[in-house]
Design a protein around this ligand. Structure first.
Ligand code: DMJ
Length: 532
């Protein structure tokens, strides 16, 4: 009989080999991504892929050891005349861009030239998931091919980290989720590695506002200040990149900025924060607003809470607290017709009855709150409807398009013919922004009230009438109060990424496309999955 002598050292080596085999098997069978193994906190957020399989009726491709991957959903394309018209508008916008600006950032449709402030082929990436959702195969194929063959995510230029994250990183990630095309994830990861330097080169948890995508230099050119929105609207995208790559660093740096703002607390105004924050992470005296520079901070509180499967309580609590503070400090009624709106608090602590078109986004966040059990007395839904309503009022003017900013009359008056709102000349332009239509999309999902579709359709007809440029593309316009329009010669990428996407979703017969309990739309309307 052969006797095998096993000493303690051999036993130890065998034990290690056995453990490695177990880990390898777990990864191979996709029972847990490496990130779950590395970081127990993430396990709470994303669970495991085996849980995904049980709770979903989607089918899965080959399990990849290093990624959380779902099979892309299938989109059937337009099912009614309104949707078909919106798809034609998308194709008109895309073909103008393709003819005169292909590979550049944005089309200038009147002069048939282009703008290049990012150097990233912005419109292709920002629009890609709209083409996918609309079922447009040729546009999708061309877009993916350009990204695969031509996109250089390290151009030698300084870009705004927030804009690049929400539009480009968000667009690449959602494109990946909706197609499964590996090149999109590869580019997203390389871009994430360039953008992350805005955090690693900062001496605080707040990232620099700008980063050079080539040499990694990072700075905040405006007096070392970042806006609240710039620092706290990166987290959905960076967390998704972590979920897909298994590399924890992306989520950690981005979430650090959110945690910092949470810890500072903005207690003076019950959770409403001033819109400037400096390089040391300290808030600077500045206005309080739901509009430019602050808006998506509030949006990402609830959307991060949803993305992380409701596992981080303080995100939910900060959101609820901030809505209560909005009601207390910013939510007012105009005169004489008592129209609810959200105003601002100036640097000098005065209430200012002004509302940006951007503020209309808040309806969506309030609807999400309502749908997810945070709205006990339907107060959030009520507020969402009132904001949807005042955003519709913004569109009641000669062109039927919404201006950039609106002001409200607060003077007591018995003269009921007096106007509740007015638009200053400098604020009368329209960039064809999405937020009002976004609001009506969310409100339609929750109420099924057809008036929201009608409002959206009217806005679309006005876009067709006043913003369409015959030779291709759509243009921002100078003054929505004048029927004799002057074009601004710019087609913003968010017109394709958001405005047309929300219109298409709003008109859908099947309101189960991109169900809101499975997808969270980033602030640029790029859908990212809620992992089970
Ligand atoms: C978009 O880039 C995003 O929605 C952002 O959060 C705010 N502004 C524009 C569209 O208006």
């Amino acid at each position: 009989m052969v006797r095998i002598k096993i000493n303690r050292k051999t036993l130890f080596i065998l034990f290690i080999a056995y453990m490695q085999l177990l880990v390898f098997l777990a990864l191979y069978l996709n029972l847990a991504g490496p990130a779950e193994l590395l970081n127990p906190r993430r396990q709470k957020f994303f669970g495991t892929n085996s849980a995904n399989r049980q709770n979903s009726n989607e089918t899965y491709g080959t399990p990849k050891a290093t990624k959380l991957k779902r099979a892309p959903p299938v989109f059937q394309g337009p099912t009614n005349e309104r949707q078909k018209a919106i798809v034609r508008a998308f194709q008109h916008a895309w073909s103008g861009y393709k003819k005169y600006a292909w590979g550049h950032d944005e089309l200038r449709p009147v002069s048939k030239r282009f703008d290049d402030s990012f150097g990233l082929g912005l419109t292709i990436i920002d629009s890609l998931d709209t083409a996918i959702i609309m079922g447009l195969e040729e546009e999708t194929r061309d877009g993916v091919e350009w990204i695969r063959e031509n996109l250089n995510v390290s151009p030698a230029r300084s870009v705004n980290v927030f804009e690049t994250t929400i539009r480009v990183l968000g667009g690449l990630l959602s494109g990946y989720h909706l197609t499964g095309e590996e090149a999109l994830l590869e580019k997203a990861t390389q871009l994430g590695d360039n953008l992350i330097k805005a955090f690693t080169k900062s001496s605080s948890l707040i990232p620099k506002s700008d980063v050079n995508l080539d040499n990694g230099n990072a700075c905040s050119p405006n007096r070392d200040l970042s806006s609240l929105a710039e620092a706290t609207t990166l987290q959905l995208e960076f967390r998704d990149l972590t979920a897909l790559t298994g590399d924890q660093k992306y989520e950690d740096v981005a979430f650090g900025a959110s945690e910092h703002v949470h810890n500072v607390g903005c207690k003076k105004m019950d959770g409403l924060c001033p819109f400037y924050i400096d390089g040391k992470g300290e808030f600077k005296k500045s206005s309080i607003t739901l509009g430019a520079r602050a808006d998506s901070y509030y949006e990402y509180l609830i959307k991060q809470w949803l993305q992380t499967k409701k596992s981080i309580d303080w995100l939910r609590d900060d959101f609820i607290q901030s809505i209560a503070a909005m009601k207390k400090h910013l939510y007012r009624q105009s005169q004489p017709n008592s129209i609810w709106f959200l105003g601002e608090i100036t640097e000098l602590a005065q209430f200012y009855p002004k509302m940006d078109h951007l503020v209309c986004f808040l309806s969506g966040s309030l609807v999400l709150s309502h749908l997810n059990g945070l709205d006990h007395d339907n107060e959030h839904l009520e507020m969402a409807k009132n904001i949807g309503n005042v955003c519709h009022k913004m569109y009641e003017n000669p062109t039927g398009l919404g201006p950039e900013i609106i002001h409200f009359n607060m003077e007591d008056s018995s003269d009921m013919t007096q106007a509740d709102t007015y638009v200053k000349n400098l604020d009368a332009h329209s960039l064809l922004r999405p937020e009002a239509i976004e609001a009506w999309f969310y409100l339609y999902r929750v109420t099924k009230d057809k008036k929201y579709q009608e409002w959206g359709w009217k806005a679309f007809e006005s876009i067709e009438k006043y913003a369409k440029v015959e030779t291709g593309g759509y243009s921002s316009i100078d003054n929505v109060l004048r029927k004799k329009i002057k074009r601004r010669d710019k087609m913003e990428s968010f017109f394709l990424a958001e405005t047309l996407k929300y219109l298409y979703l709003l008109m859908a017969d099947d309101q189960e496309i991109l169900p809101l309990d499975r997808w969270v739309l980033n602030t640029e309307a790029h859908p990212l999955p809620i992992y089970n």
